[in-house]
Design a binder for this molecule. Structure first.
Ligand code: NAP
Length: 329
């Protein structure tokens, strides 16, 4: 038996609880999976918050074990690529949405979804980084791929998971990072991560002009809506804006002016279906770039049973950094 968060729907009534499951239930609900993993850690991401509270249709198969990312040790594998004892990290691929996920002590996954934990990271480190840090790295890679290697970079939603890692990674790579936040009381935290300047998010959150004073060489945005529109309108000629999220809203009230008059490039960042080669590169770069001594500043550890409270909290934007779930606590 193992413990898992279990989401079910009975006649349209949603239920979320922590329960004991057996391996037969796991096997029956994970068709196509060929690797069994004893999970050490998972996390609570914004999307997990939506799934655990049934706030939007993240879960598309019932019953569901949520958790869009996890890390642990392979205990059994019928795939030649993996053997008992291998340390693996997993995120995306619909895990926690259409396939049973990581908020459990045990999971069964498709071998092609797994990435080896790169040295010197531990399984806990990979979940301290989690989908948020990995998404931030994909955004940083997109900025570098676009040829922007220096200058001032705006990070929105800076105190959140994606934002915190974007600040840390970009600062370490030598950009001047400006962190936009609704939590000015977290200015010290953001400066510790490497922000050169911390600004109030309010002006960026309101409707703005189609073209504004040019400032940013690049932007990492996890907020969407007016914030993303203003970020595009303030991006310098030839700059790049990496769109990662929708914490303010899914809408995008902007004009084509930044693109056709300033050659601004808007790049979409998707962590879920990102090809495996790009994932391996992102995790490798995280292993090289992330200062492990900073991970404790960014993360708070919680127990599996705390996931429900944490899910409600993350949806209010009240969580600083990352929540790591020790599924065995
Ligand atoms: N593209 C992908 O593959 C991918 C992967 C992971 C996450 N995401 C998305 O990226 C976003 C951030 O994820 P996360 O895990 O970092 O979530 P998070 O920890 O909740 O961070 C989101 C941050 O956005 C800011 N924010 C919240 N509500 C806002 C509002 N109404 N207006 C403006 N700013 C607001 C807050 O930061 P401040 O208080 O500092 O302003 C909050 O901490 C989410 O939308 C998530 O779904 C996408």
């Amino acid at each position: 038996m193992f413990k898992a968060i279990y989401l079910s729907k009975d006649n349209d009534t949603f239920k979320a609880d922590l329960r004991d499951l057996d391996d037969a239930a796991l096997e029956a609900n994970t068709p196509g999976a060929d690797v069994t993993v004893d999970i050490d850690f998972s996390t609570i991401n914004y999307k997990d918050g939506l799934a655990l509270t049934n706030k939007s249709p993240v879960v598309r198969k019932w019953p569901m074990v949520p958790g869009i990312d996890c890390a642990g040790t392979v205990v059994a594998s019928s795939s030649p690529g993996w053997a008992a004892g291998d340390k693996v990290v997993l995120n995306g691929w619909g895990v926690g949405e259409t396939a049973w996920g990581g908020l459990a002590q045990r999971g069964r996954f498709r071998s092609e979804w797994l990435v080896r934990v790169p040295a010197p990271l531990s399984t806990r480190d990979t979940m301290a980084i989690g989908t948020a840090g990995y998404t931030a790295m994909l955004a940083c890679m997109a900025i570098q791929d676009a040829g922007v290697n220096e200058g001032e970079v705006l990070v929105t939603g800076a105190s959140g998971g994606v934002g915190s890692f974007a600040v840390a990674i970009l600062a370490r790579r030598g950009y001047r990072v400006v962190a936009s936040t609704g939590k000015l009381q977290e200015a010290n935290y953001l400066q510790q991560l490497g922000a050169a300047e911390v600004i109030d998010r309010a002006p960026l959150s309101a409707a703005g002009k189609p073209l504004q004073k040019e400032r940013w060489a690049a932007v990492v945005d996890s907020v969407g809506s007016h914030t993303l529109a203003n970020a595009c309108a303030q991006t310098r000629y030839g700059g790049v804006v990496a769109a990662c999220g929708l914490a303010q809203g899914m809408d995008l009230p902007l004009t084509v002016a930044p693109f056709i008059l300033r050659g601004v490039r808007l790049v979409g960042i998707d962590s879920v279906m990102c090809p495996v080669e790009r994932r391996i590169e992102a995790w490798q770069r995280l292993a090289e770039d992330v200062d492990r001594s900073r991970l404790d500043t960014i993360t708070q550890g919680i127990a599996l049973a705390d996931s429900f409270d944490a899910a409600r909290k993350i949806l209010t934007g009240a969580v600083r950094g990352r929540l790591v779930v020790d599924v065995n606590r």
